[in-house]
Design a protein around this ligand. Structure first.
Ligand code: APR
Length: 307
């Protein structure tokens, strides 16, 4: 199931439907919107060769028994808005959506995409009362994709040759792991000047704003939907692929009781393992500071609304 048939949700549904290895239910509060988009996707299958069933609905009963539920419902950013400005509005939406989803799919794995990401993932975790391995936030793959793309373009090499991780919260405090980023096994610090690296790190941190500024009427959705699809595939095919995802931490990296982006092995159970790479300073402190900024949002949410 994909909750939210807007830009991100519909594009995730389309990517999944095109691949053809899972049936998809697309649900939204707007009457007709998920039905229209789902029917259009179903009809595309005749051309793409996919037999995946795609159903659009406004009724959670149709989502019953889903294995994976991706939540994209919410408001996107407008120019000048930070992800945190969305906090209270999207908190209400996530609370309501999560209650409905878990009622009909009590054994699903929840992937949260709605922003502010880490805070919404935490809300979803607390409302669902699911074990921590079954609630995962999508952010790190997207931030890392932006970072890798900018490096690849700067060096004029394939993005496949750039290995990197961007960890921490999905916000201004995200932490591109420069010391752990390499091109064909070589640290980027050997290939780029400090000035070049700083420019790319800043562009990565502001990657979402850059797109909002260009679009004016919405936020990014092609790369976010590709990132969510990679998570879905890792789970469906039990890959144990190590991907940067937002997960509930209980002492890993010295962080406790909060969602933050760290390398996780994703497989059929959801988060199979939080992978603890041995971080040196300043990365470790930056990651912990980033988690602190997520904690501030979570505390703001708790102050306004108890679950
Ligand atoms: N239940 C179901 N769907 C909802 C609800 C709800 N309670 N509230 C809103 N929606 C739907 C809207 O009707 C809309 O179709 O969520 C959809 C959101 O789509 P867009 O406005 O196109 O936003 P999108 O670009 O898809 O972003 C969604 O993902 O990346 C994040 O910051 C982004 O939080 C935002 C979310």
């Amino acid at each position: 199931t994909v909750v939210g048939a807007g830009n991100v949700g519909a594009t995730i549904a389309q990517r999944m439907a095109d691949k053809g290895y899972a049936d998809v239910v697309l649900i939204d509060i707007v009457p007709g919107l998920p039905q229209g988009k789902a029917l259009d996707m179903l009809e595309a299958g005749a051309v793409t060769g996919s037999d995946a069933l795609v159903l659009g609905t406004n009724d959670y009963a149709d989502t019953a028994g889903s294995d994976i539920v991706v939540i994209t419902a919410g408001l996107p950013r407008k120019p000048g808005m930070s992800r945190d400005d969305l906090l209270y509005k999207n908190m209400e939406i996530i609370t309501n959506v999560t209650q409905q989803v878990v009622k009909f799919s009590p054994h699903c794995i929840l992937i949260v995409v709605t922003n502010p990401l880490d805070a919404m993932a935490q809300r979803c975790f607390e409302v669902s009362k699911f074990p921590k391995h079954r609630v995962i936030g999508m952010a790190g793959i997207l931030d890392t994709a932006r970072f890798r793309t900018f490096i690849a373009r700067e060096l004029n090499v394939s993005v496949h040759s750039v290995a990197a991780y961007v960890l921490g919260g999905h916000g201004d405090s995200m932490v591109p792991m420069v010391a752990y980023t390499n091109v064909a096994g070589q640290p980027i610090t050997n290939r780029m000047t400090e000035e070049q690296i700083t420019k790319i790190v800043n562009r990565t941190r502001e990657g979402g704003e850059e797109i909002v500024g260009l679009l004016q009427t919405g936020s990014a959705f092609y790369a976010p939907s590709a990132a969510a699809t990679q998570m879905i595939e890792a789970i469906l095919f039990d890959r144990r692929e190590i991907l940067p995802c937002s997960t509930y931490l209980e002492g890993e990296y010295g962080i406790s009781g909060i969602f933050a982006g760290v390398p996780t092995a994703l497989g059929s159970k959801g988060v199979e393992e939080v992978v603890e790479i041995r971080l040196a300073e300043p990365e470790l402190s930056a990651l912990q500071r980033s988690a602190e900024s997520v904690k501030i949002l979570v505390e703001k949410m708790r102050a306004t609304s108890k679950i």
